[in-house]
Design a protein around this ligand. Structure first.
Ligand code: PRP
Ligand code: GUN
Ligand code: MG
Length: 160
């Protein structure tokens, strides 16, 4: 199936993170947040501000690493979060669900929330904001840059 792209702007990301924070408030208070690096760092910072949480731990899982023959590696464990009781895990998105599955195994008592969820990863989340089709690649603001596009009237000039 052909890949399509969904571009998320900074404004949209901020709005979606605030929406998630709103739904998280009744599930708290939380002892702390575990941000899944790197994609979960900015969503976690926005949510931490909204829910007034100052304790932030991180976990890092490398899933697509040829050196380790595709076997996921936990390169930073979320030690300060114990078994996850009272903690909130934040990532930007779930796709296959592999990252979420590993993080949940490390923190079985934590709540897992993310901004965007594809169908395969959706069952691994407790909460998300927007569902995205499996074949759609989400382009985050940190993945993209504004690009000059020539005016339509000059298109034939540039093509020739
Ligand atoms: O559900 P999955 O198939 O595991 O994919 C989801 C994960 O993939 C991306 O992280 P990535 O591993 O690309 O690293 P990054 O956050 O450092 O960019 C994204 O930030 C999620 O953490
Ligand atoms: N940026 C980005 N990273 C991913 N990692 C797994 N799926 C995705 C996706 O859709 N977008
Ligand atoms: Mg990630």
């Amino acid at each position: 199936m052909a890949t399509t792209y969904a571009t998320v702007t900074w404004d949209q990301l901020h709005r979606d993170a605030r929406l998630l924070a709103e739904t998280l408030i009744p599930r708290g208070p939380f002892k702390g947040i575990v941000a899944v690096t790197r994609g979960g760092l900015i969503p976690a910072a926005i949510i931490a501000r909204e829910i007034d949480c100052r304790l932030i731990e991180t976990v890092s899982v490398v899933t697509y690493d040829e050196e380790h023959q595709g076997k996921p590696q936990v390169v930073k464990a979320p030690t300060a979060a114990g078994d996850g009781e009272g903690f909130l895990i934040i990532d930007d998105l779930v796709d296959s669900g592999v990252t979420a599955q590993i993080v949940r195994q490390l923190l079985p008592k934590a709540l897992f929330a993310c901004l965007y969820a594809k169908p395969s990863g959706k069952p691994l989340t407790d909460m998300f904001v927007v569902e995205v089709p499996q074949a759609t690649w989400v382009l985050f603001p940190w993945d993209t840059a504004p690009l000059f596009i020539p005016p339509l009237a000059r298109k034939s000039e540039t093509a020739s």
